[in-house]
Design a protein around this ligand. Structure first.
Ligand code: SF4
Length: 354
């Protein structure tokens, strides 16, 4: 698709026309990644974060969050549970927690790889090449890091860099590929000052980066953040970044269109129906996501006492896609005419890349 075609579809609101787009995406999904829906066990191992992203409830400046770090034993218990339930992948996620001992994590990865047949995915923010290599050598298979928006100026405003010379997320994604990870990324839709043009550019960048996984979700405002706090909203500050009438809305329909266009543009990639979609649209969110390109779901295996503290946006802790509802998730997949994937569910894109 050309840039103008992407723009056309992103802005389209006619339900009948969108049905055509979603059917096309579903057809491409079936042809390239099949009917399997792969389940990933998500474990949020720490909610400490040193960054100050303007949209995220875990930002270091939010003093109202009770912080936690899971122990090795707690993480291994989650991993063993996921493996015993037939999950093929564990995703270990955290804020950008520089208190996290990198050698300790390497030992955790090694132990999971020795004791279970699961793939290990990491989502730990912007890390140095040495750390990424260490974890890869310990057995990690995949790394997820959203670039959030291809508009570098907007990203820098929302996600203040640690230092002027630090590599940006696009550079780190390229490094991850070089190291040999299966690499995932994605964006937020409807961030204040995100333009339609920039969202179309995001999809083109997915393709250019040759991503193996692409997970995107709608922006959900968190009241304890600069962007979510109406009184201190920084939107005006950012008015030089995008034109307000060109603002992408933060609704779930945009997320579905983005999923469908991503599938068409990057047919061999793994695409999750993300938690933010289900928080906004419940079970219907899953069903719709699966019908317009998605082939991955990520039930939350974080122990409930920690899960409620991983509040990157409101409602996330009450997400119904979790280990306790595993049977319902599987039923939902089958009710959608799909099959529950077995094995690690690696991205076909990675196979082609190799
Ligand atoms: S988005 Fe990630 S890096 Fe930014 S504050 Fe939240 S957890 Fe930290």
């Amino acid at each position: 698709m050309t840039h103008d075609e992407l723009l056309y579809w992103l802005k389209e609101t006619d339900k009948d026309k969108l049905e055509v787009l979603f059917s096309k995406a579903d057809e491409v999904r079936k042809k390239h990644v099949g009917d399997d829906v792969h389940l990933r066990a998500l474990v949020e191992i720490s909610n400490h974060c040193s960054r100050q992203c303007h949209y995220c409830g875990l930002r270091a400046g939010n003093k109202d969050v009770k912080r936690y770090s899971m122990s090795k034993e707690e993480i291994l218990a989650c991993a063993n549970k996921a493996a015993s339930m037939g999950y093929g992948t564990i995703v270990m996620q955290a804020g950008e927690d520089f208190g996290l001992d990198v050698e300790w994590l390497a030992e955790v990865i090694k132990e999971i790889k020795q004791k279970t047949p699961m793939a290990v995915t990491l989502s730990l923010g912007e890390r140095t090449k040495d750390e990424l290599v260490l974890w890869k050598n310990a057995g990690a298979d995949r790394y997820l890091m959203r670039f959030e928006t291809s508009n570098a100026k907007l990203f820098k405003k929302l996600h203040p860099p640690i230092s002027e010379n630090a590599p940006d997320r696009i550079q780190i994604l390229k490094t991850l590929k070089q190291i040999g990870y299966e690499v995932g990324s994605g964006v937020m839709t409807g961030i204040p000052n995100q333009s339609w043009d920039s969202l179309a550019r995001d999809i083109e960048l997915f393709k250019e980066l040759n991503l193996d996984m692409i997970g995107s979700g709608p922006y959900i405002a968190h009241p304890d953040t600069p962007l979510g706090d109406d009184e201190n909203c920084h939107c005006e500050e950012q008015s030089d970044v995008a034109i307000s009438e060109n603002q992408v809305p933060a609704n779930v329909e945009i997320a579905y269109k983005l999923m469908a266009l991503t599938r068409i543009m990057c047919p061999d990639t793994n695409i999750p129906c993300t938690t933010a979609v289900t928080v906004l649209n419940g079970e219907l969110g899953f069903r719709t996501g699966l019908s317009c390109g998605a082939n991955v779901l990520m039930p939350d295996f974080t122990p409930p006492e920690y899960r409620v503290l991983y509040q990157i946006y409101p409602g996330k802790g009450q997400n119904k896609t979790c280990v306790e509802n595993d049977a319902d998730v599987r039923q939902l997949i089958m009710d959608s005419g799909r099959t529950v994937g077995t094995g690690q569910g690696a991205s076909p894109n990675m196979g082609k890349h190799k």
